[in-house]
Ligand binder design. Structure first.
Ligand code: NAP
Ligand code: MG
Length: 462
C-alpha cells in the first residue's frame, strides 16, 4: 500500500489542505493498493488560481512551441508505457495485454496527433476584410471517468494545451494513480508551472467545486448522463462553455447480406473488451429474423470464450449494478444464453460474459446503459424496422453496420442518429471526431474537431 499526500498544483506536488483521502482498490483481488488525497473546495480553488495565473503566458506561447511540448509529452508517456499499463491494470483491473495495447498505446497516439495538429493548425485566417483569430477559451476544468483512465485525460488535456488553455483535472476516484502518472510526465516535460494541475478527489466535492468555480471558463466532462446533465445546468447558469461526453447504447446492425459469423464475432469482442466498460460499445446486436437463431448461437459461443479472459469490473458498486441489470433483463422476459447474474469467482468484482436473447426494444436492457459485459440480441423484420430500433434510444454515441457491400452499409449508416459508425468492422481512428448525438453529449473530442472545442474566435476588421 502506497500513501501519497500530494496534489500537482502550480508545477509541484503539494500537500492537500483537505485531510480526506481516497483508497484505491485493485478490483481483481479487492486489496487496497494506495491512498491519495481527496481534495476539498479550497484545494480546487488553489489549483484554479494557478491555472488562471499561468494562462496569459501559455496562451501567448507560439503554437510551434506548444506543439514541441506536446511532442515531448508524447515521448514522456511512451517512455512510461509499461508503468502506465501496469498501473491501469492495478486500479481498473483490465488484463495487462489490453492495458498495453489500448490503455497505454492510444493516449500516446492521441498526444502525438495533437503535437502534429498544434504545429500545423491555422490559428489565424482571413475572411474578406477580416482577420479571424482562434484564441484559447481559457481555464479548462476537466472531469474524467475511470473506464479509459489515461485516454480520457489525454483526449481533454492534449487539445486544451495545444489550443493555449490551462487545465485543472479532476480524475475519477477509482483511477487516480494513472492520473498521477500523467502529471509526472507533464512535470518531466517542463511545462510552465500552473499550465496543468491535478486534484484527485470525489465527484460531488472536488468535481462539483471545479464545475462551479467562477474562474473556470470551460468544463469538459466525460461520464454518466446523470452527472453530465447537472454539469451542463451549472455551466449554462454561469454562461460557461461545456463539453459533455456521456453514455451510449449503441446498435450493431447486421444486415442480411453480411458475413454473419464475422460480424457476430467482432460484435461480441467489442462488447467484452474492457469488460464492457466502454461508452461506445455496441451493446445491442440487431439481427434479421431469418438469421436470428444462428446469430444467437454464434454470440453465445463467442461470449463463452471470454469467460477466463475478461477482467473484473472497476468496483463492487459497478458489479452490483451490472448484475442488477442482468436480473432485470431476465425478469422482463429476455432469455439467458451465456453468462448470468451469479458471481463467477469468489474474489474480485467479476461478472460473466453474458448474452441475452429475445430482447425487445422497450426492455430496460435495450434502453439503459449497462456498462458491463452484457450483450442484448434483438430481432428485426426488415431494414426500416432495424433503423427504428437502432435509433430508438435517448443515446446516439456510436454504432456499427455490416453488409455484403460497403455502399449498402454506408447508406444505412447515413440514416443513423449517432456520432460514429464503424462500417464492416472499420478501425478506430484517433483523429476522427468522437462524440454524441442526442443525450450522448455535446461537443466532439479528438482530432481537429477536438481542438476547436478549446478555441474561441475574435474577428478583426480592416
Ligand atoms: P460519473 O459519476 O458520471 O463519473 C464521472 C466523473 O464525474 C468522475 O470523475 C466523478 O467523480 C465525477 N463526478 C461525479 N459526480 C459529480 C458531480 N456532482 N459534479 C462533478 N463531477 C462529478 O460516472 P461513474 O460513477 O464513474 O459511472 C457511473 C455510470 O456512468 C456507469 O455505469 C456508466 O453507465 C456511465 N459512464 C459513462 C462513461 C462514458 O465514457 N460515457 C464513463 C464512465 C461511466 P467520482 O469518480 O468521484 O465519482
Ligand atoms: Mg460516480
Amino acid at each position: 500500500m502506497k500513501a501519497y499526500d500530494g496534489l500537482y498544483i502550480d508545477g509541484a506536488w503539494r500537500p492537500a489542505a483537505s485531510t480526506d483521502t481516497i483508497e484505491v482498490v485493485n478490483p481483481a483481488d479487492e486489496r487496497v493498493i494506495a491512498r491519495v488525497p481527496a481534495a476539498g473546495p479550497g484545494d480546487v480553488d488553489t489549483a484554479v488560481r494557478a491555472a488562471r495565473a499561468a494562462l496569459p503566458g501559455w496562451a501567448a506561447t507560439p503554437p510551434a512551441e506548444r506543439a514541441a511540448r506536446l511532442a515531448a509529452l508524447r515521448d514522456a508517456l511512451a517512455a512510461r508505457k509499461d508503468e502506465i499499463a501496469e498501473t491501469v491494470t492495478a486500479e481498473l483491473g483490465s488484463p495487462l495485454a489490453f492495458s498495453q495495447a489500448v490503455h497505454a498505446a492510444v493516449p500516446i497516439a492521441v498526444a502525438g496527433s495533437y503535437a502534429e495538429l498544434a504545429a500545423g493548425h491555422a490559428f489565424e485566417e482571413k475572411v474578406g476584410n477580416s482577420t479571424v483569430l482562434h484564441e484559447p477559451v481559457g481555464v479548462v476544468g476537466a472531469i474524467t471517468p475511470w473506464n479509459y483512465p489515461l485516454h480520457q485525460i489525454v483526449a481533454k488535456a492534449a487539445p486544451a494545451l495545444a489550443a493555449g488553455c490551462t487545465v485543472v483535472l479532476k480524475p475519477a476516484e477509482n483511477t487516480p494513480l494513472t492520473a498521477r502518472l500523467f502529471a509526472e510526465a507533464i512535470h518531466e516535460v517542463g511545462l510552465p508551472a500552473g499550465v496543468f494541475n491535478l486534484v484527485t478527489g470525489l465527484g460531488p466535492v472536488a468535481g462539483q467545486a471545479l464545475a462551479e468555480h467562477p474562474d473556470v471558463d470551460l468544463v469538459s466532462f466525460t461520464g454518466s448522463t446523470a452527472v453530465g446533465r447537472r454539469i451542463g445546468a451549472v455551466a449554462g447558469g454561469a454562461v460557461k462553455r461545456v463539453a459533455l461526453e456521456l453514455g451510449g447504447k449503441s446498435a450493431n446492425v447486421i444486415l442480411p447480406s453480411a458475413d454473419l459469423a464475422h460480424a457476430v464475432h467482432v460484435g461480441v469482442a467489442n462488447v467484452m473488451s474492457n469488460s464492457g466498460q466502454t461508452c461506445s460499445a455496441w451493446t445491442r446486436m440487431l439481427v434479421h429474423r431469418d438469421r436470428y437463431d444462428e446469430a444467437v448461437d454464434l454470440a453465445a459461443a463467442a461470449a463463452a470464450k471470454y469467460a477466463d479472459r475478461i477482467g473484473p469490473l472497476v468496483s463492487a458498486a459497478q458489479r452490483d449494478r451490472v448484475r442488477g441489470h442482468i436480473e432485470k433483463g431476465l425478469a422482463e422476459g429476455a432469455r439467458l444464453v451465456a453468462g448470468g447474474p451469479e458471481s463467477p469467482r469468489a474474489q474480485g468484482y467479476f461478472v460473466s460474459p453474458t448474452v441475452l436473447a429475445d430482447v425487445t426494444p422497450e426492455m430496460t436492457v435495450a434502453q439503459e446503459e449497462i456498462f458491463g459485459p452484457v450483450l442484448s440480441v434483438l430481432r428485426y423484420e426488415d431494414e426500416e424496422d432495424a433503423l427504428r430500433i437502432a435509433n430508438g434510444t435517448v443515446y446516439g454515441l456510436a454504432g456499427a453496420v455490416w453488409a455484403g457491400e460497403e455502399a449498402e452499409a454506408v447508406a444505412f449508416a447515413r440514416r443513423m442518429d449517432t456520432g460514429q459508425v464503424d462500417i464492416n468492422g472499420g478501425r478506430f481512428n484517433p483523429r476522427a471526431p468522437f462524440g454524441g448525438y442526442k443525450q450522448s453529449g455535446v461537443g466532439r473530442e479528438l482530432g481537429a474537431h477536438g481542438l476547436a472545442e478549446y478555441l474561441q474566435t475574435k474577428s478583426l476588421q480592416f
